[in-house]
Design a protein around this ligand. Structure first.
Ligand code: ATP
Ligand code: MG
Length: 174
């Protein structure tokens, strides 16, 4: 799985549509405090199906929508588009959009899909909203303090078998 491009619109501080090309190799994001570096990482996690508002540093999921400033009115929706390729090298475009009062909707390569489909696709690729590759501020301290079961879950995600557990839970609930 390779991320090549990110497009953000109305997402947190990215109020105007912004497009970021991610070149192969190492990418660094630098800027002063509060310029949106963490928001960018959260956008990647969000488009991959993050369901926890808390881990987006939000009270509710709609709080990811640009809230407005003295100069600018709030936005009605937030959208993040992730473009890249999957593990077989095929083009992959994932869109997540949230509208005030209407919740989130997802599209993969132009087709409407369920949140679960997006979460599963990324879990199989050993990435996704809970990927151990996404290390946010405070995450290391959290990992050290985690209970053994939670730490095992992190290792399973790193090993790429988390998708199996999602499928088992899904099968058990039927
Ligand atoms: P640091 O270097 O301190 O870690 P950072 O570059 O990671 O900073 P972020 O935390 O990504 O900065 O950005 C914080 C900014 O995003 C704040 O100015 C905050 O007001 C703004 N922000 C977050 N959510 C929203 C929202 N829904 N609407 C408008 N602005 C928002
Ligand atoms: Mg930050």
């Amino acid at each position: 799985m390779e991320i090549r491009r990110l497009r953000l619109s109305g997402f947190k501080s990215f109020v105007e549509p912004a497009e970021l090309r991610i070149e192969p190799g190492l990418t660094g994001v630098v800027g002063p405090n509060g310029c949106g570096k963490s928001n960018l990482l959260e956008a990647i996690r969000w488009v991959m199906g993050e369901t926890s508002a808390k881990s987006m540093r939000s009270g509710g999921m709609e709080d990811v929508i640009f809230a407005g400033t003295e100069q600018r009115p709030p936005r009605q929706f937030a959208e993040v588009v992730l473009t890249g390729s999957d593990d077989s090298g095929d083009e992959l475009e994932v869109v997540r959009r949230i509208e005030r009062g209407a919740g989130s909707a997802y599209r993969v390569n132009g087709n409407d899909v369920r949140a679960k489909d997006v979460a599963l696709a990324f879990a199989d690729a050993a990435t996704g909203a809970h990927s151990p590759a996404l290390v946010s501020q405070g995450k290391i301290a959290h990992m050290i303090a985690a209970k053994p079961a939670e730490r095992r879950q992190m290792l399973e995600e790193a090993a790429g078998i988390a998708g199996l557990h999602v499928r088992r839970k899904d099968a058990e609930s039927k």
